[in-house]
Design a protein around this ligand. Structure first.
Ligand code: C5P
Length: 206
């Protein structure tokens, strides 16, 4: 069983993915971390974010077995990840690794932007998780403050909208629901109701 969760930043798909993986006993990959890990490595080495060859070579040398969400969660790294995510050759490289993860076991939950459309087009169930930009900015602000970062709601909202724009309009694998994805709008939902709604959708798709 492969569960594909796509949606914009801070839509709640990451939390949902973790809970669904625990519920169904599946492994979980947050594919955003693969883009974040490459971005963080480029930033740490002072390398440019727009050079595809450099980004690909960094991706080839990264150990994706040790992705650490804690070290990759800063807003700056998210922003850099979104900038390198427009590089088609880098995407191909990361998609290969993500597919290997999806196919090497009894099943998996993957979350990202292009799981249902590109990485796992034959997933058992596909969910496209959304929420209003304001609801997402509120969640992301609270999450980052909880981790000890100093952030400002308006700045996060502006950045989220810019990231949405970049993610939905890029040429390669733009963020969009797969034709057979179920839409889940979590604007008015708490975590528990979103989880219950997702389980209903998945159980009827199995
Ligand atoms: O989800 P997260 O905020 O960690 O993702 C960081 C950036 O990585 C996104 O803004 C997006 O541009 C990119 N990404 C992507 N495809 C994925 C996962 C993330 O393009 N499957």
């Amino acid at each position: 069983m492969i569960i594909a969760l796509d949606g914009p930043a801070a839509s709640g798909k990451g939390t949902l993915a973790r809970q669904l993986a625990a519920h169904y006993g599946l492994r979980h990959l947050d594919t955003g971390l693969t883009y974040r890990a490459v971005a963080a490595a480029l930033l740490a080495r002072g390398l440019p974010l727009g050079d595809e060859e450099v980004a690909i070579s960094v991706a080839r040398h990264l150990d994706f077995g040790t992705l650490d969400k804690g070290l990759l969660s800063s807003h700056e790294i998210g922003e850099a990840a979104s900038r390198i995510a427009v590089l088609g050759g880098l995407r191909e490289e990361l998609v290969l690794l993500q597919r290997q993860f999806a196919e090497s076991g009894e099943g998996a939950v993957l979350d990202g932007r292009d799981i249902g459309t590109v990485v796992c087009p034959h997933a058992t169930a596909k969910l496209f998780v959304t929420a209003s930009p304001e609801a997402r900015a509120r969640r992301r602000t609270d999450e980052l403050i909880g981790k000890g970062f100093e952030v400002d709601f308006d700045e996060i909202l502006t950045d989220l909208k810019r990231r949405d724009e970049r993610d939905t309009t890029r040429k390669d694998s733009p963020l969009k629901p797969a034709a057979d994805a179920h839409l889940l709008d979590t604007t008015e939902m708490d975590i528990e109701s979103a989880f219950n709604a997702a389980v209903d959708i998945i159980d009827s798709a199995r």
